[in-house]
Write a protein of this length. Structure first.
Length: 491
């Protein structure tokens, strides 16, 4: 046989073989096994990303950095982004671009959690794994709590549907009701998982190493905070807040701490931001409160980071806001190995103390314990050593004092939570702390954000959000005049 004829026969055979492949076989051949489709991935691996993203991207990102300036827990400087926040420049604070990365990231992370929940459903890849389901539901509540309390009405029910390109804005009232149902579902699933000694996650769980019992305690803690979020709208919730927080402690809640950072491979996001940008310093409002009470946490908060002798800056000080590496900063901003707090023990104790103070019950016990916990949290993130616990002040546990202690403790464990508290206090007509930033009001107009603006990706692409955001000179300016529904507004 001639060589040319042989080649022709081989070529024809190859064509016949290729033509005989089924669609399913071609799909198999085209599949990238190094990047498998989401539906084939065991959800126990996805929960790791859900946990890390909650801490690193949502609790430790731009949302927290900016609101720490609004709260006067940090001083924004560096002649750039955080300087504009400190000076309350509406060109930044009301801009759709300011929180666009965080906005996109949190929805992307919610999509991941949605897949976990679906895989734990009937006939799913992880069907019957109630411990994994309860973990995912708890994280689902934490993330939706962040995004709706910061932005108000948001895309929710249609947001994670690939077939809906321009999801509607759901009312915050409906979102909040849904979160309370979901956290109760998480509690139910984790209770059963603990009773059955399930452990389907193991070391993929970077918070509790697969312990359903510890996740159950966290779920009760998150429920207590959710109930507190709704206190303005539902004032009869105080007893439930107290009892729910106590249930978390009875179950052994000792904090939800993401302790995974080990520079140079993995940096704490606050420390990484400080190292690369130098945009944060100690705020005089918090420093003065600590100094007034001779509080030993002051040494870890107002730290002479740059050896300039300037330990802190007065809130809103324009001359210092434009400087770089001049204002001292909290010591923990230099600790790249510092842990992050998904929910700290001090915060939950102060949630309980607030409920008890409002009910006329013993608030001193949880408040004083919270102060001790807070000192340990400060010391842990700042990497300070001591031979014995310093003497802490023992102020009277009034409502104002409870909230002042929360102001101090959340500076290191959760400024987003305290931003929510401040706005809730305004709705209630309460002022626990006198704001010191003179830029909060300019020419009689409020410039302290009552909420955060929507992300630019959806302002540009979704007409429902574009309409809510506004156009022209009014674009984004609603954040100064319209509180969210939970705190007295309409949306």
């Amino acid at each position: 046989m001639k060589i040319s004829n042989l080649i022709s026969l081989i070529a024809a055979g190859m064509l016949i073989t290729a033509g005989s492949c089924t669609d399913a076989e071609m799909d198999r051949l085209n599949r990238n096994t190094s990047n498998p489709p989401a539906e084939t991935v065991n959800a126990r691996f996805q929960i790791t990303d859900a946990i890390v993203s909650t801490g690193f991207s949502n609790i430790g990102g731009s949302y927290a950095w900016y609101v720490s300036s609004y709260n006067e827990q940090m001083f924004g400087d560096g002649n750039n982004l955080l300087m504009y926040a400190e000076l309350r420049d509406p060109g930044v604070t009301a801009a759709a671009t300011t929180f666009n990365n965080d906005w996109n990231t949190i929805y992307r992370n919610l999509q991941n959690i949605k897949q976990i929940i679906e895989k734990c459903g009937e006939d799913g890849l992880n069907a019957g794994q109630l411990d994994l389901l309860g973990m995912a539901e708890t994280l689902w509540c934490i993330k939706w709590e962040i995004v709706t309390l910061l932005h108000g009405d948001i895309p929710c029910s249609e947001a994670l549907n690939a077939n809906i390109k321009t999801p509607k804005l759901d009312k915050q009232e409906d979102i909040y009701a849904g979160l309370l149902k979901t956290i109760d579902s998480a509690i139910s699933h984790l209770t059963e998982a603990d009773r059955e000694h399930l452990d389907n996650v193991g070391t993929q769980d970077l918070l509790y190493q697969g312990s359903a019992a510890k996740w159950l305690a966290l779920a009760y803690g998150i429920k207590a905070r959710l109930l507190l979020d709704g206190m303005y709208r539902y004032p009869d919730c105080l007893t439930a807040i107290d009892e729910t927080a106590q249930k978390a402690f009875d179950l052994g809640f000792d904090g939800a701490i993401l302790d995974i950072f080990d520079n140079p491979d993995r940096d704490n996001p606050w420390a990484a931001f400080m190292r690369s940008r130098k945009y944060l310093g100690a705020n005089g409002t918090l420093a003065a409160l600590l100094a007034e009470n001779n509080d030993p946490r002051l040494d870890m908060y107002a730290y002479d980071t740059f050896n300039t002798g300037i330990l802190w800056a007065p809130a809103g000080d324009a001359s210092l806001a434009v400087t770089t590496q001049q204002v001292g900063a909290p010591a923990w901003l230099s600790n790249t190995n510092a842990p992050l707090y998904i929910l700290s023990k001090s915060e939950l104790l102060l949630i309980q103390a607030e409920a008890r103070a409002r009910l006329g019950l013993d608030a001193a016990t949880p408040m004083l314990e919270a102060m001790t916990c807070s000192y340990e949290e400060y010391r842990c993130v700042a990497d300070f050593e001591y031979t014995e616990l310093p003497t802490l002040p023992t102020p009277k546990a009034t409502l104002n004092e409870v909230m002042r202690q929360k102001f101090i403790s959340t500076a290191v464990t959760g400024p987003i939570s305290f931003y929510n508290d401040l706005r809730r206090g305004r709705a209630l007509g309460e002022e626990w702390l006198t704001p010191q930033n003179p830029n909060n009001t300019v020419a009689g107009a409020n410039r302290w954000p009552l909420r955060l603006p929507y992300g630019n990706s959806d302002v540009a692409a979704n007409p429902n959000i574009a309409q809510a955001f506004g156009t022209g000179n009014d674009a984004g300016m609603y954040i100064f005049t319209e509180p969210i529904w939970l705190f007295g507004g309409t949306r």
